[in-house]
Design a protein around this ligand. Structure first.
Ligand code: NAD
Length: 308
């Protein structure tokens, strides 16, 4: 495992982070024992960054994660969670709510501090409120020692760039924007580096698009994008390869990112993914997949308020 300082913070993170959205059942039902085994397998293999949110499983992921982490040395992992998003269409970035949200997360996670607190999916909020009210409220919690660093997350890169350019944020978590299919995060990396902002690249498998099982029903990708990714997955299978393997190895090779956060829901997948990280991507397979993706390369989906 490679470990890197997370720019903008005093934290050090593993190059692969455990994404806890699947622990909240976002990708299908998961038994608590399997969730615990997933977390423990990741920690035993050297993963030190875990990313969760009250939104995942509508608080279930934090509760399950808190149970899984009971008895684990608190200094052995970096815990990142979020504020502001509570349901599919329920957002509240007010100072009162985010302070209360952190208190609730601390209880569910069974800890006295959050290493990285992030405003979750800022594109659904009023960006002025995020800058003027939410981030200052979270800085107040940092002064009290309840959180160690403050960041933002979201899908549209312009919203992340806008807030990071206007407010002192420590980290930015971008998702589905540096994958085999969509690479639009890469040109933005110098902007964040110049400001000493740590970048976390989440969803290297495009939230399931780049797997044999395909994306869940709630996935916002168009039918064309789903079909192109399914075709790429089928091609890889015919070649005796696996699209998820290529996708993970491809994302991990991006310089300028502190950690790549992948969602994992069982210990076998954790072991398989970590074994893959030792190898570089197969460049011939990559070229063939790029051709299959064709005009769906860099395609995305609309999300958030229209003005963001
Ligand atoms: P992902 O791209 O990491 O894909 C996860 C899906 O792929 C899950 O169904 C998982 O079981 C499956 N998977 C993992 N390894 C596999 C393998 N080897 N073969 C086949 N399938 C495999 O998507 P994600 O989990 O949504 O994103 C990663 C994490 O990043 C999240 O869990 C979350 O912590 C974070 N994230 C944050 C935001 C945000 O803050 N707005 C958005 C997206 C993701």
């Amino acid at each position: 495992m490679i470990y890197r300082p997370l720019p903008g913070t005093t934290l050090t993170v593993s190059s692969i982070g455990l994404g806890a959205a699947p622990l909240g059942g976002e990708y299908g039902t998961i038994e608590p024992a399997t969730a615990t085994a997933t977390v423990r397998t990741a920690l035993d293999a050297g993963v030190t960054l875990i990313d969760v949110s009250p939104y995942y499983g509508r608080t279930a992921a934090e509760t399950v994660l808190g149970d899984a982490l009971r008895g684990v040395d608190r200094d052995s992992y970096v815990l990142a969670t979020k504020v502001g998003r509570y349901d599919v269409a329920e957002f509240d970035f007010s100072a009162d709510r985010v302070v209360r949200s952190v208190e609730e997360s601390l209880r569910r996670l069974g800890t006295d501090h959050i290493d990285l607190i992030q405003c979750h999916d800022i594109e659904f909020g009023d960006l002025d409120q995020v800058v003027d009210e939410t981030l200052p409220a979270l800085r107040g919690l940092e002064e009290k020692g309840l959180v160690r660093a403050v960041g933002i997350t979201g899908y549209p890169l312009p919203a992340l760039v806008s807030v990071a350019g206007r407010a002192p944020v420590d980290t930015v978590l971008s998702y589905c924007h540096y994958t085999v299919q969509n690479r639009t995060l890469a040109p933005q990396l110098p902007f964040f580096a110049e400001r000493d902002i740590g970048v976390l690249n989440a969803s290297p498998l495009g939230m399931g698009l780049l797997t044999d099982a395909g994306p869940p029903d709630w996935h916002p990708a168009s039918a064309e994008l789903r079909a192109a990714c399914a075709e790429a997955a089928a091609f890889c299978r015919r070649e005796g390869a696996e699209l998820a393997r290529l996708a993970l190895q491809f994302a991990l090779a991006l310089p300028g990112v502190a950690s790549t956060i992948v969602g994992m829901a069982d210990p076998e997948t954790v072991a398989r993914n970590l074994a893959w990280t030792a190898e570089p991507p197969d460049t011939e397979l990559l070229a063939a997949v790029e051709e299959i993706l064709g005009d769906q390369r860099d395609a995305g989906w609309p999300v958030g308020r229209p003005e963001n």
